[in-house]
Write a protein that binds this ligand. Structure first.
Ligand code: ZN
Length: 695
């Protein structure tokens, strides 16, 4: 439910590429006593670091970090170490040989002493940066294998210059054997061509490169986990969340990710830092939650994870929050295995007022929603909502990041104990600061609409995220005996769930209630949200997809499905009009109120699909409206977008926390904002490279 961002943050920017050398010399030219913090305050913070391939690297800023009390800063520092300690895990989860490949690339980049401007080397470097950006050899978003533009010969030539000790060779393996193996892994497009396959015509497990299953078919895996569900209990843990499922001697066995189990070397470090963190917790509730998380990492028992999540939901008073664990299941074609991630954050008290207002009125929104009466929550529990500022992100949340998070994911805890929602304020701010007006000018129809977008889209996006997370994911109930949507709706559950949450937000964005609550100035803001949603869903997001491909990612499918469904259903009354002028296609909303009614109808239907586990209906919605792309339109959009010269995906360089230690005690924690992506990746790879290359 996390990851909401990856579309909403699709406000895009014309960025300029900075040479990191120039930036370094600028900094060095400052008088020595300036701390980086002061430099930032003196100059405008630079949000854009660089751009390569289809990626932009941005930076974010933690407001008033130096004003945070020492104990809280110390807590943040321990959680920062815990977050980064798990960094290797995501690489191994994404693909079995990712760590070996990454370490080889890092050895090359660290030791290369040829001409840095050499074209082949530049291409190899871009490949390395793309691997870091995606935590592996597959595109973080479209799941396709990334292929280097440099030649295999060049790769082997520079890799062969390395000493064997620089490479992660296994015992008995020669350098040549190792490098040939790695080169094939990197350059052969047929090896591990897709990270996560959602093509329902194939065996999803076998056709996906992720390292969650080995020697197991989709049916075996599904049956294995279905058999674990206790049908008479409505408090089942999310079976399979923290393990790799393998076949050993003809039997299915789970290799659990825990201390003493798989990934132990990283998890032991995480546990160490979480234990440190518990000693400086802000209050008992936070301390209890941290201790329960440690217990889970030690036992690997998913009931302990549920226990932890309940404790985490109960911790609402703390200013520091942390997500650390095996959380989102998007990277598993079967939606069972949690990818490691961590987000460490501190509350933004001022900005939290807006989201809190929506959270406080959650029951009103539920009562007034267009859902069928039997699918409404009678008692919306414990929705806690706030705006946070990220301090560090790791694993699945980095470098590409969510802008909103709603957890925990276990449906029974959400229903009975509630959930927590956050909006990552400083990330959203960084996106906005880095964004330009070019996309708006190109893809929106006339000055009235463009003006409205420019005035209101920033607030509309925030409200959309707030409502998507706070009342969207938290809304609705599943009918008794139906089971979790991952079971019933399978590979369509993520896209349908995101669609449901988006539709709750869209439905209310045109409701006078938001004006009455004081969180929206007028309904023009809601109209801007509608203009934006339709244009992004039908047009702008296509820029992220290669010609000839279909839409695969859950959030993109959802957005396309909602917009295309509304377009078709409103066609008779011309609710949304397709206009073509000078060879440019636009989708223009003619009737906002009728569009709202359509959004309400689709919301009711998707909730019904979820509540009743209606796989067929869910499949039809996604396949008919969310997957296919009109080829002519696609070609046109790619052409128009290419003129804007903006990479469509963004991710972030992380701030760096540095403890100042005196007499064995932390007396202060400083924050720095590194500027060079490659330097940070090499540094993190070295400092937190705890795992062996094969796990
Ligand atoms: Zn979501």
């Amino acid at each position: 439910m996390n990851n909401y961002f990856k579309i909403a943050a699709f406000t895009i920017v014309l960025s300029s590429c900075h040479s990191s050398d120039n930036e370094l010399s600028n900094l060095q030219a400052k008088p020595k006593k300036d701390t980086l913090q002061e430099v930032i305050q003196q100059e405008k913070f630079e949000y854009v670091a660089e751009q390569f391939s289809d990626l932009r690297v941005l930076r974010y800023h933690v407001k008033d970090f130096d004003k945070i009390p020492l104990q809280t800063k110390t807590l943040l520092y321990y959680l920062y170490e815990a977050a980064l300690s798990g960094r290797d895990i995501i690489y191994d989860q994404n693909y079995k040989y990712n760590l070996a490949i990454r370490k080889t690339l890092e050895a090359i980049v660290s030791n290369y002493n040829g001409n840095a401007e050499d074209e082949q080397y530049q291409k190899l470097l871009v490949y390395a940066k793309r691997v870091w950006f995606s935590n592996g050899i597959h595109h973080h978003y479209n799941m396709d294998k990334i292929l280097p533009e440099c030649s295999k010969d060049f790769f082997l030539e520079v890799a062969n210059d390395l000493e064997p000790t620089e490479l992660p060779l296994s015992v008995g393996e020669t350098k040549t054997q190792f490098l040939n193996f790695i080169a094939n892994q990197i350059f052969d497009p047929k090896i591990a061509s897709k990270k996560v396959s959602l093509d329902s015509k194939t065996d999803l497990v076998k056709s996906s490169a992720v390292n969650f299953y080995e020697g197991v078919t989709q049916k075996e895996a599904s049956d294995f986990y279905t058999a674990q569900v206790n049908k008479s209990s409505n408090q089942n843990p999310m079976y399979g969340l923290n393990s790799k499922l393998v076949k050993e001697n003809g039997k299915l066995v789970e290799k659990i990710w825990k201390v003493g189990g798989m990934y132990s070397a990283s998890i032991e470090k995480i546990v160490y830092w979480l234990e440190q963190a518990a000693t400086v917790a802000e209050n008992e509730a936070q301390k209890t939650a941290l201790e329960k998380l440690v217990k889970f990492y030690k036992s690997g028992d998913l009931n302990d994870f549920d226990d932890y999540n309940i404790a985490w939901v109960n911790d609402t008073a703390s200013s520091v929050d942390v997500v650390n664990g095996f959380i989102e299941v998007y990277q598993d074609p079967l939606g069972k295995k949690g990818s490691f991630e961590s987000v460490v954050s501190v509350k933004d008290f001022e900005a939290s007022k807006r989201i809190a207002t929506i959270g406080k009125n959650a029951q009103w929104f539920e009562d007034n929603s267009p859902l069928l009466p039997q699918h409404k929550k009678k008692n919306v529990k414990g929705i806690s909502a706030k705006v946070i500022n990220a301090v560090v992100e790791s694993g699945d949340s980095s470098p590409s990041t969510p802008i909103g998070i709603n957890l925990p994911n276990n449906e029974w805890i959400r229903e009975e104990k509630g959930s927590k929602s956050v909006n990552l304020g400083n990330i959203v701010e960084a996106y906005e600061e880095a964004a330009g007006a070019n996309v708006t000018d190109e893809f929106y129809y006339n000055d009235e609409i463009k003006g409205r977008i420019k005035t209101y889209a920033s607030l509309a996006d925030k409200l959309h995220t707030d409502m998507h997370e706070v009342i969207g994911h938290a809304s609705g109930v599943i009918e008794p005996g139906i089971g979790q949507p991952q079971e019933t709706l399978k590979n369509y559950s993520s896209a349908l769930e995101e669609g449901r949450a988006d539709l709750v937000a869209l439905y209310y964005l045109l409701d006078p209630k938001l004006v009455e609550l004081g969180v929206m100035p007028n309904l023009e803001c809601g109209k801007a949200a509608y203009d934006e949603y339709i244009t992004k869903g039908l047009i702008v997001q296509l820029s992220r997809i290669k010609l000839g491909k279909e839409i695969e990612e859950a959030h993109m499918r959802n957005r396309k499905m909602v917009a295309a469904w509304a377009f078709e259903k409103g066609a008779k009354e011309n609710v949304i009009e397709k206009k073509v002028e000078n060879g440019k296609t636009y989708f223009v909303v003619n009737d906002y109120n009728k569009l709202r009614v359509l959004f309400g109808e689709l919301l009711r239907e998707i909730q019904r699909v979820k509540s009743q586990g209606d796989y067929k209906a869910g499949q039809a919605l996604i396949e008919n409206y969310g997957v296919k792309i009109d080829q002519d339109l696609h070609k046109e959009i790619l052409e128009r977008y290419s003129h804007l010269k903006i990479a469509p995906y963004a991710g972030f360089i992380q701030p760096k926390l540095i403890p100042i230690i005196e007499g064995g005690k932390i007396i202060d924690v400083k924050i720095e904002y590194p500027k060079d992506f490659t330097t940070q990746m090499l540094e993190l790879g070295k400092k937190y490279g705890f795992l062996p290359v094969l796990n």
